[in-house]
Design a protein around this ligand. Structure first.
Ligand code: CP
Length: 354
């Protein structure tokens, strides 16, 4: 860092921030596309045409007769490999696979030979030897899905890696927004979200959901405003945006004042305060609630605002319980869209055409 100019250092810091912090070479996949084409490692790997195809397949699968749908992945085998807790992602991948007729097996770090020290590579090779044709992976290290895809050669679906990416969350959020705003979810184009402003508020620094959405939504025409205090949204991000160095930089902006951001929003995407990642930061939670909680008083000013949250929600912290339960909230719809979109991602991974 010592030999860098201040600007270069800021760029480097900001690039690391948008890449998702420390990693197992989280961006290696750009250098060489050596992964199975059915893999979904990052939203960066998806063209607008890819996104359109996934959402079109989602709609086709949704419209199918239940018994016909249960034959789509008949006799196919999927492994779910989870090194971190999950309710929504794990359950929806499992139910999605089962609704398509696939056999699933769940391996968790808490009840497997991972506890005895088996590596990610050896766990992946073991699952492959047992017949897994694709692996859904959640892992606390950024870049772990790339590593697993490289060593197994199987399609790997990133179910959230460290602070890096959560691509299926961004896809399900996109479909939720399109359906709520009554836009065509089966025919996505580069301006499908034209005129839509999404404010993402909270712990952006530690959020793979924010990173994936901030990369995906502007490419489809949305304006994305990132909002939060400096402890959770570092100033380096502004340097990067000001320099227009992000590929999607044109659609991104930072606004620190939550009320000013809400006044421009069509969608408010709230993020969980990740208390487990806040050690060493000077964040005052009481002050945070005052300045950034989406509460009833704020919501009352914007009766058309769509409220979203990837979950798990902490009622009374980033969002008031009454707001989470209000008709303006799409939180449960997001969960349901997780099931729908993950069916399409599984079909793509296993190379089945509708
Ligand atoms: N949104 C999300 O990833 O939730 P889970 O951690 O419950 O899977």
């Amino acid at each position: 860092m010592g030999t860098l100019t201040r600007e270069a250092a800021a760029r480097e810091g900001a690039a690391a921030f948008f890449a998702g912090g420390e990693s197992v070479n989280a961006n290696d996949h750009h250098a060489a596309k050596i992964y199975h084409p059915g893999s979904l490692l990052s939203v960066e790997d998806l063209s607008v045409a890819d996104v359109a195809e996934i959402l079109a397949t989602t709609s086709e699968l949704e419209a199918m007769d239940v018994s016909a749908r249960a034959k789509v992945l008949e006799r196919r085998t999927l492994a779910l490999l989870f090194y971190e807790s999950s309710t929504r992602t794990r359950t929806s991948f499992e139910l999605a696979a089962k609704s398509l007729g696939a056999t699933t097996t769940l391996v968790s770090d808490k009840s497997s030979s991972i506890e005895k020290g088996e590596s990610l590579k050896d766990t992946g090779l073991t699952l492959r030897a047992l017949g897994a044709e694709a692996i859904v992976l959640r892992h606390p290290a950024s870049g772990a899905p790339e590593l697993l895809a490289r060593v197994t050669g199987l399609p790997v679906l990133n179910a959230g890696d460290g602070m890096h990416q959560h691509p299926t969350q961004a896809l399900l959020d996109l479909r939720t927004i399109l359906l709520r705003l009554k836009r065509d979810a089966a025919r996505v184009t580069a301006d499908t979200l034209h005129g839509v402003t999404v404010v993402i508020t909270g712990d952006i620094k530690h959020s793979r959901v924010a990173r994936s959405n901030a990369m995906l939504l502007p490419r489809l025409g949305a304006k994305v405003i990132l909002c939060g205090p400096e402890e959770l949204l570092p100033e380096e991000a502004s340097d990067l945006l000001a320099g227009n160095e992000l590929p999607s930089g044109a659609g991104l902006e930072i606004v620190r004042d939550f009320d000013a951001a809400l006044a421009r929003a069509d969608v408010a995407m709230m993020l969980r305060i990740q208390k487990e990642r806040l050690l060493g930061t000077a964040l005052d939670l009481g002050e945070y609630v005052k300045r950034y909680q989406l509460n009833e008083a704020r919501l009352a000013q914007y009766p058309k605002l769509l409220v979203m949250h990837p979950g798990p929600i902490i009622r009374g912290l980033e969002i008031a319980g009454e707001v989470a339960d209000s008709p303006q909230s799409a939180i449960e719809e997001q969960v349901a869209q997780g099931l729908a979109v993950r069916r399409a991602v599984l079909v793509r991974a296993l190379g089945v055409r509708q």
